[in-house]
Structure formats: C-alpha cells, structure tokens
Ligand binder design. Structure first.
Ligand code: ACO
Length: 162
C-alpha cells in the first residue's frame, strides 16, 4: 500500500489515477452529480491523495483544496472502494493526509460530511462545532445543504504517522 498526492499535471499516469479515483467517488457518493465530481477532481486548485495497491491499483482517496492564506483545507470527497471498506484503509488515509497537510502549515480541516459518514469523521477527530473564526472560512467554501459541516484541528507537532 502506498499513499500518493496526485494533481492534474497532464501526465498519463496522473490522469489514469485521477480517472480511477473519480470512478470510486462516483460509485460511492451516488448523491453527488458526476459532472461535479469530475470538475473538482480535475480542477487545478484541487489535489488528491490516492491509496495505491500493487503499484497501480487505486483503491480509494481523498480530494481536497488548500486555502494557504487561511491555513485550512476543505475535503471535497473521500471514499474507499466498496469491497475494501471497514478494513482500516479510511483511517490510514486520514492519518496520512493529516501528516501531509500538517507539513503544509494547514491548521484546520473542514468537510461537509454525508450523514452516513458523520460517525467515521467523528472517529477521525472531526467535530460539528466549528472553532475557526467565521471570517477565516465563510465565503471561501460553498454552502452545501446535503451534509453536515465538520472541522478537525491539525495539531502542528503531533505525529499523525502510522
Ligand atoms: N459510520 C460510522 N462508522 C463508520 C462508518 C460510517 N459510515 N464508516 C466507517 N466507520 C467506522 C468503522 O467501523 C471504524 O470504526 P472502528 O475504528 O471503531 O473499528 C472506523 O469508522 C474507521 O473505519 P475504516 O475501516 O478505517 O473506514 P473505511 O476504510 O471503510 O473508510 C469511508 C471510511 C471512507 C467513509 C468508507 O466507508 C467509504 O468510502 N464510504 C462510502 C463513501 C462515503 O461515505 N464517503 C464519505 C462521504 S463525505 C465526503 O466525501 C466529504
């Protein structure tokens, strides 16, 4: 298992992985319009951390956008392929992601969690109470009524590695 940050940099390898990840999101997040998933996954402001098995097979990932001046990142989509859910990959992915984002000087994570995923996010240290000052994030991320806004504080020195 490997964790790789993939951006839409035009290489064949990145394209293939982003297409695979987009397909996992489309299948696992059926309420999300497919065009919206495609747009964000391939958007140059978004990056994805992919979980890769056997060197080439994408089995899940997280698509996010950093707001460097605001020092937060928004998680747009997160999913693990159906057959490999509830085996700990989602937890490992979130820990790797926190480890990565911590080095980028990000202090908070925000996400609109699907009702079904609130339990997962709670276990990963996300809360429905938003501690960030509103002027720091309001207007930067879109309101979205299909989910519950949750926040996670990324401690600057905790070792999230696993
Ligand atoms: N509700 C409650 N608890 C959950 C859920 C859930 N939906 N999913 C997993 N958990 C629990 C597990 O039981 C486990 O608990 P434990 O540590 O006490 O054993 C813990 O959360 C972590 O489980 P993992 O095996 O690490 O999680 P998994 O690999 O299945 O990944 C994920 C979790 C990403 C939510 C996956 O189940 C998935 O892809 N689901 C479908 C897509 C989805 O809902 N994505 C999130 C939508 S919100 C968004 O994208 C912003």
């Amino acid at each position: 298992i490997e964790f790789k940050i993939i951006t839409n940099n035009g290489t064949h390898e990145s394209m293939k992985m982003l297409i695979d990840l987009k397909n996992i999101f489309a299948r696992q997040l059926p309420k999300m319009p497919k065009e919206y998933i495609v747009r964000l996954v391939f958007d140059r402001n978004h990056e994805s951390m992919c979980i890769i098995k056997d060197n080439t097979k994408v089995i899940g990932g997280i698509c996010y956008r950093k707001y460097p001046t605001q020092r937060f990142a928004e998680i747009a989509f997160l999913a693990i392929t159906a057959t490999l859910q509830v085996k700990g990959y989602g937890t490992r992915l979130m820990n790797k992601f926190k480890e990565h984002i911590q080095k980028q000087d990000v202090e908070y994570l925000l996400t609109y969690a699907d009702n079904y995923a609130i339990g997962y996010f709670r276990k990963q240290g996300f809360y429905q109470e938003i501690k960030m000052q509103p002027d720091r994030w309001k207007g930067f991320i879109k309101d979205y009524d299909g989910g519950t806004l949750m926040e996670c504080y990324v401690h600057p020195t905790i070792d999230y590695g696993n």
